[in-house]
Write a protein that binds this ligand. Structure first.
Ligand SMILES: [Zn+2]
Length: 262
């Protein structure tokens, strides 16, 4: 039994889930990430920024420190690690220095599967993250692409399978439901998804003041339930696979999660 378990773990690819802010991943893919961890997949959860504008009471380093701690606690809930790429809120741009930073990070993590933001979403940071991660995954395997790092990681030997989450709220800027290639049923891990988002305590207070939302976790639950209705289950998360040349088109994530894939 021991040998079988070890063999299964060795075959599982490293998963990198990288979105713009602390809590985006929990809202859009927390259940899927919990399932991946449950089967033993190595998982790095990362945010582009530490969510430095996500408070009406604390600013700069103070809120950043708090939100890094919240994100790390959430990742720890499922035995994942957390990293922040230290961009800043409303200041993520798809430019040359930013792309080199993201490439260095992708090369260091060496993922077989990458999950990132939808191409169209309500917030500029989400859309810039989408473009940066997509293009960084492409550039990460090019030997002559240098990041400027003092201790550069070696180029990837192959491109990772690339997936996009839904936009926040499950709708694009015009309120339309996005295209999805598949859903992951997260009925069995909703308690874990709630617990992960519950780690982001600072956000409930912020959203109450800034957006008049007093139901942070409950709103996530309603979105996950609405997505579940589209999938024919109680709770689900939607995904698209990027198939642009020369990214791998085989259904790596769908096959890993075949039991929950709809
Ligand atoms: Zn966000």
């Amino acid at each position: 039994m021991l040998h079988t378990g070890l063999a299964a773990k060795i075959l599982l690819p490293v998963i990198l889930a990288l979105h713009a802010h602390p809590d985006d991943l929990e809202i859009l893919a927390g259940g899927t990430l919990a399932l991946l961890r449950r089967m033993g997949a190595p998982l790095v959860m990362a945010s582009m920024t530490p969510g430095d504008l996500g408070s009406s009471d604390h600013f700069g380093d103070r809120i950043s420190k708090l939100r890094r701690q919240e994100a790390a606690a959430s990742a720890k809930t499922i035995g994942a690690s957390y990293a922040c790429l230290e961009f800043r809120d409303i200041a993520i741009f798809s430019d040359d220095p930013s792309r080199r930073r993201v490439v260095e990070f992708v090369r260091a993590v060496r993922p077989g599967i990458v999950i990132t933001s939808a191409p169209v979403d309500y917030l500029c940071d989400h859309e810039a993250t989408h473009t940066l991660v997509r293009d960084a995954c492409f550039a990460a395997s090019i030997p002559g692409y240098f990041t400027g790092s003092q201790e550069p990681a070696s180029p990837l030997t192959s491109l990772p399978h690339l997936y996009f989450t839904d936009p926040i709220g499950g709708v694009d800027r015009e309120g339309h439901t996005p295209n999805r290639d598949f859903f992951i049923c997260v009925d069995s891990v909703m308690e874990t998804k709630r617990a992960m988002l519950g780690c982001h305590k600072s956000q409930r207070a912020w959203l109450r003041v800034q957006h008049g939302m007093d139901d942070y976790v409950e709103q996530m639950e309603r979105w996950t339930e609405k997505t579940g209705q589209a999938a024919g289950v109680e709770f689900a998360e939607g995904f698209r696979q990027y198939r642009g040349h020369p990214f791998p088109e085989s259904p790596a994530l769908q096959e890993m999660l075949a039991l929950w894939c709809r």
